[in-house]
Design a protein around this ligand. Sequence first.
Ligand code: DC
Length: 222
Amino acid sequence: MNDRLVIAIDGPSGSGKSTTSKGVARALGLAYLDTGAMYRAIACAYLDAGVDPSDTAGVIAATLGAKLEVSTDPDVEKILVNGTDVTERIRSQEISTKVSAVSTVPECRADLVARQRAIIDAAPNGIIAEGRDITTVVAPDADVRLLLTADPEIRMARRKRDLGGAIDASSLADQVLRRDRDDSKLVNFTTAADGVTHLDCTELSLEETIQAVLDLVAATRG
Ligand code: DC
């Protein structure tokens, strides 16, 4: 039996994917990949290159030419683009607003998907990867595939809490609802594809959500 375990989790902004995935990774001794952080780091790269978000050819060139180094340790949040540590910057309002110029371009997605597959394949004990297209595009053959959703009000409240409360209502709606609307034009992450388990965590605590994923893993592995 192959002990290597690959878990794929998709879902909209603020559904709790990152925190849940890190908890599951720690519990099972797996690596962890935040694919959204990679899209965000690429946004830093095109902005640093002086490219305007509307210049799609420029955004594609900045994507293909970017050197990305991302931590897959659930306890170490670190990402470098072109040698610069952007771990904190990728969470800024500016990057949250401008990342869609990367995530809505098929050429950029194809490049990042290839990089994500390479990272997943390289994890010796296995990995939990989360994003929008992991269950469907990046790792459709993952051992466990899960769509994690929650009601929009809950997702906005969680995102606000993650940001330490420092965000006004319209920026919050932009970060959660507008971005999901834009991103869902290319990727369907609102309904579970065939073979993908849907978990609505609106009424679940973080611990309950982690446990639900662990139960699903146990059921899958038999
Ligand atoms: O999950 P997040 O908010 O950090 O994601 C950042 C952006 O990247 C967001 O606009 C969604 C997009 N994204 C994507 O399109 N596909 C992924 N696998 C991960 C993120």
